[in-house]
Design a protein around this ligand. Structure first.
Ligand code: SF4
Length: 261
């Protein structure tokens, strides 16, 4: 389905706030979902920002064509581990069009993934640089770069159907979700609850090293939910999150997902 096909009489078009809610759950596969999300324009503030950044550019990338659109998830459709961040960075994913690609945060993440044998290379410069992931899918609760890396609650909620649909499509193979930061944690819990995952009460709190096992439903598998500080430059430059700290949590997540020997 392309942008033109998505809109029709009585059907929300890409500029409508209901575009994600109407279309995401109807996608038959991740390829369709990844394609459709790139057409979404449901959040006027984020559309304006992502396109302004893409027009103005950072001086170091002056000669590059910015993506300037929603950034789809990245990784195989049969991933056992999902890594859920916050949103694409203005000059990272919003420039390259691939999740976590083209900035220091992505380099930190891909270095850790490569250390554990889950990424084919330790860095990420651009879409098409040959990077592949093994058993891991990277995504975020907000698919467009937000000003100051701060989506509003309304933008988070508008984008939620994309995350819900992505996790539903991953569900047959998914065994663990590693959430990077409190924003992603708060965004994910309602998605899991709506998908029928019983959550403990009180709801589990985010923290670095948090690990909750959500019981199986309908004969399915249990799901491991883990938390880590976000590998943002603010956290890694200040030492709040070090590579050993991050690798330890990622290793735990990969192990419970069955990705390590
Ligand atoms: S943040 Fe999500 S819902 Fe909002 S415009 Fe981007 S893709 Fe669409």
């Amino acid at each position: 389905m392309d942008e033109a096909e998505a809109a029709g009489p009585g059907v929300p078009g890409p500029d409508d706030q209901d575009f994600p809610a109407h279309h995401a759950s109807r996608c038959a596969g991740l390829g369709e979902l990844d394609g459709l999300v790139t057409h979404c324009r449901a959040c006027p503030r984020l559309v304006a920002w992502r396109e302004e950044v893409a027009r103005d550019k950072r001086a170091a990338f002056r000669d590059q064509d910015y993506w300037g659109r929603p950034v789809p998830g990245f990784g195989p459709p049969d991933a056992a581990l999902a890594v859920v961040g916050l949103a694409p960075a203005a000059h990272g994913g919003n420039r390259t069009g691939r999740m976590f690609t083209g900035d220091a945060t992505g380099d930190f993440l891909f270095t850790a993934l490569h250390t554990l044998g889950l990424a084919s290379q330790p860095g990420s410069t651009r879409a098409g640089d040959g990077l592949t992931l093994r058993g891991v899918r990277l995504t975020s609760p907000v698919h467009c770069a937000p000003p100051a890396n701060r989506p509003t609650p309304a933008e988070r909620d508008t984008c939620r159907p994309w995350l819900a649909a992505e996790l539903a499509l991953l569900a047959p193979h998914l065994r663990a979700v590693l959430v990077l930061g409190a924003f992603g944690w708060q965004a994910l819990l309602p998605v899991l609850a709506a998908a029928g995952r019983p959550l403990p009460r009180p709801r589990p709190a985010f923290g670095h090293g948090a690990h909750v096992v959500l019981p199986a439903t309908d004969g399915g598998r249990e799901l491991h939910l883990l938390g880590s500080y976000h590998p943002s430059q603010r956290n890694t430059f200040t030492g709040r999150l070090t590579m050993p700290m991050f690798t330890e949590v990622l290793r735990e997540a990969a192990a419970v997902a069955g990705l390590l020997e």
